[in-house]
Design a binder for this molecule. Structure first.
Ligand code: FAD
Length: 299
């Protein structure tokens, strides 16, 4: 495996967290964040409504990250929301000093109707621009392997273009394991004249079952060779993680040498994998801790 350490220092990264459900989890996550700050992320983002957490949890963690002296982005989903509720939440974020959003449609738990006054993320981006002008730097989601509900790849690309034209500044992708899907997506956006950074989302491989469940739900394809290799490792978590680090390091190297503008790490609220990936890639700091906090799940 080739090393990219020589070019490593200049690769911007960002790191994603999700709100914790318990006070104990919040304490553990503070320690995880401190370890990851050694990587000097451009910003840390906090998901919205994921895993049954609430908007309150998202905003509270964004406030904590800002208070820790880091740049923070609030994910913001509009499904089921009204213009009045979005207006009020935007005002709250502005008052907190938040200047960066990841604007999303989001998903409702099954059994809920769509409801609300926003149908797509492009409606939300447009509304944010109308209400708050250039206050927020707006990221949107991109799907190199096509969003699972899209009518067709071309329709999904047009949906992405609508978000850009509504005023998004840049995009973060759903995770994927096939670099060609990302490069094809970039070619397609350039064909449409959409000149904006599209940052690949990087999912560390922490466990086979969890990864397969997530991937089925969000439409990320696990290539046959990868699925079979993971299955062959059974419950041997240490081997899965060691293998996963090799696979994801290689993916990041391909993405960087192909021109990816930055890397966005789905930390899964853990530090070890992101730290180790960045160490292997030569990203940022030489004093990056080699984490002793190894893969402790946070509730
Ligand atoms: P949209 O861009 O609105 O697209 C949704 C679907 O509608 C797509 O199939 C698209 O092709 C289609 N579509 C869009 N516009 C049109 C149109 N005009 N006509 C016809 N079809 C159209 N979820 C959370 O709940 N919380 C989070 O914090 C969160 N963070 C995420 C971060 C990233 C980087 C990514 C990639 C995803 C995240 N998600 C999150 C998941 C996301 O909410 C889901 O993937 C959701 O199903 C789609 O959201 P979107 O913003 O991409 O929607």
């Amino acid at each position: 495996m080739s090393a990219v350490g020589s070019a490593g220092g200049s690769c911007p990264i960002s790191i994603e967290f999700f709100p914790t459900k318990t006070p104990e989890g919040a304490v553990k996550l503070r320690a995880v964040r401190q370890q990851l700050y050694a990587l000097q992320p451009q910003f840390c983002s906090v998901t919205y409504g994921a895993g049954g957490s609430t908007q309150e949890g998202t905003f509270a963690m964004v406030g904590e990250i800002l208070a820790e002296g880091q740049s923070a982005a609030a994910h913001f989903s509009c499904i089921g929301a009204t213009r009045a509720s979005v207006r009020a939440e935007l005002a709250q974020l502005q008052a907190m000093g938040v200047t960066r959003l990841v604007a999303l449609r989001g998903d409702l738990p099954s059994g809920y109707g769509l409801g609300g006054e926003f149908q797509y993320a492009s409606d939300l981006v447009e509304f944010i621009r109308t209400e708050t002008g250039d206050h927020f730097y707006i990221e949107v989601a991109a799907y190199p392997e096509v969003h699972p509900q899209a009518r067709s790849p071309e329709a999904d690309l047009q949906a992405f273009a609508a978000k850009v034209r509504a005023g998004a500044n840049s995009a973060i992708t759903q995770y994927f394991f096939n670099a060609d899907a990302y490069f094809r997506f970039i070619d397609d956006t350039q064909r449409l004249g959409l000149d904006m950074p599209v940052v690949p989302g990087i999912m560390p491989i922490l466990g086979a079952t969890q990864l397969m469940r997530f991937s089925d739900a969000c439409g990320a394809e696990i290539p046959r060779w990868l699925r079979l290799r993971l299955q062959s490792l059974g419950d041997d978590t240490a081997s899965i993680r060691a293998f996963g680090l090799d696979v994801i390091t290689r993916l990041c190297e391909q993405l960087r040498s192909g021109g990816a503008p930055a890397l966005h790490f789905y930390s899964m609220n853990q530090s070890a994998a992101t730290l180790e990936l960045c160490r292997r890639l030569g990203v940022c700091n030489t004093n990056t801790p080699t984490s002793s906090d190894v893969f402790v799940p946070i509730a």
